[in-house]
Design a protein around this ligand. Structure first.
Ligand code: FPP
Length: 244
């Protein structure tokens, strides 16, 4: 990707981009449409983001599709979103598979309807050997619950005498999270102008660059992805050290 860079700026396309897809409801309300329409349009923008990352050579993309808090939305909206996830996986699987995308999920999938859990497993299986973009979909995901679950699994191992407390390092802890086999995000994008992480990848975002964009998610295109990457290129990442 040809983008001008200063000597201290980042020179590589980010390895891992994570996106908080926000603003579907507002997009619909502004058009006097039901919020459900906003989510449908949002699903189209998901295709844009996946295609954009593939074209730009980004190896990992993670999308925050449904948070643990989203279960508190009206039943009709939750059901509609579940239908959209099902439709998306069913309709896109073949194309994702043929384009080398490996599909991955994080979150408390056990809370999802059984048919979506089954479909998610099919998507995992069918794309397991792909070596292109790793697309992680966060479903029923909350970072605090993810951290507690990792703590519990490590505590169980200590209790069983399989692990010493002092053997618990940042590395081991990272490996115990849902994201254990993918790198931490370099760039987190949030759309819709909100400026918070909302319980998304809290441990993994320790050194991530954060880019907040005013665009509402259904209007997100490859250009917004490129703008965010441009922004990222302009940043000077020091990971706590001083610049050389
Ligand atoms: C936030 O907008 C968006 C969501 C809670 C759902 C995200 C879902 C999609 C983009 C649909 C399809 C996804 C996949 C992976 C196929 P909001 O409803 O909170 O918007 P608002 O803040 O304007 O109300």
């Amino acid at each position: 990707m040809e983008i001008a860079q200063s000597s201290q700026s980042i020179s590589e396309v980010p390895t891992h981009i994570a996106i908080i897809m926000d603003g579907n409801g507002r997009w619909a309300t502004r058009r006097s449409m039901s919020r459900l329409k906003g989510h449908e349009q949002g699903a189209k923008a998901v295709r844009e983001a996946v295609k954009g990352c593939r074209e730009l050579g980004v190896p990992y993309l993670t999308l925050f599709a449904f948070s643990s808090e989203n279960w508190n939305r009206p039943e009709e909206e939750v059901n509609h979103l579940m239908g959209l996830f099902k439709f998306f996986i069913k309709r896109e699987l073949k194309e994702l598979k043929n384009n080398g995308v490996r599909v991955n999920f994080i979150g408390n999938l056990k809370r999802l309807p059984q048919d979506i859990q089954d479909l998610a497993n099919v998507a995992l299986e069918e794309t397991r050997d792909n070596r292109g973009l790793v697309l992680t979909i966060a479903l029923s995901y909350g970072a605090q619950a993810e951290i507690i679950s990792a703590v519990q699994s490590l505590a169980e191992k200590v209790k069983a005498g399989e692990l010493q407390p002092e053997e618990i390092t940042e590395h081991l802890f990272s490996k115990s999270l849902d994201t254990g086999d993918i790198p931490d995000p370099d760039l987190i994008i949030r759309t819709s102008g909100e400026k918070r992480l909302s319980n998304f990848l809290l441990w993994q975002s320790a050194y991530a660059e954060l880019v907040f964009q005013d665009v509402l998610w259904p209007d997100f295109t490859k250009r917004h992805l490129e703008d965010a990457i441009d922004d990222y290129f302009g940043r000077n990442r020091r990971f706590g050290a001083i610049s050389g």
